[in-house]
Design a protein around this ligand. Structure first.
Ligand code: IDP
Ligand code: MG
Length: 143
């Protein structure tokens, strides 16, 4: 059965361009409940750990530099079928290929600076939610 939780980050470019409010509005209008949220900044080491699956790929160093270049917003989102539905809402990794009306189509600057992160599986969502938040923080809100 598909899980009901996913993790998003509004990336440094979208924060710098003042898109936090518009992106959160899209997320809420699409039926996701924001059960934990914080503004923070990733160190280089934290960005490397978060994106460990991409270590060794050609874009890894640029990705880590970008993701640690400024503040981000991280949030735990709840909805039935959260991972898949959120990936649909954000669109393809490369905004050039993203469907009209998706968050990445409308707010991304490029494939690398693509506005938002979304977990790619329930297992990733579990790991990524705990990267930023303790279970207690969002379970209380769910009650
Ligand atoms: P995703 O964010 O759609 O899940 P991933 O393949 O997991 O895409 O890649 C993680 C992030 O790394 C992307 O969101 C994007 O910012 C960056 N990235 C992925 N592929 C490339 C690339 O080919 N060039 C530059 N950046 C990339
Ligand atoms: Mg991914």
């Amino acid at each position: 059965m598909a899980g009901n939780k996913t993790l998003t980050m509004i990336k440094p470019g979208a924060v710098k361009n003042k898109h936090i409010g518009a992106i959160i509005d899209r997320i809420e209008q699409a039926g996701f409940r924001i059960v934990a949220i914080k503004s923070t900044k990733l160190s280089k080491g934290a960005a490397e750990e978060f994106y460990q699956e991409h270590k060794g790929k050609p874009f890894f160093n640029d990705l880590v530099s970008f993701m640690s270049s400024g503040p981000i917003v991280a949030a735990v989102l709840y909805k039935d079928n959260a991972v898949e539905d959120f990936r649909k809402l954000i669109g393809s990794t490369d905004p050039e290929n993203a469907e009209p009306g998706t968050i990445r189509k409308d707010f991304a600057e490029s494939k690398e600076r693509n506005a938002v992160h979304g977990s790619d599986s329930d297992e990733s969502a579990e790991r990524e939610c705990h990267f930023f938040f303790s279970t207690m923080e969002y379970l209380e809100v769910l009650k």
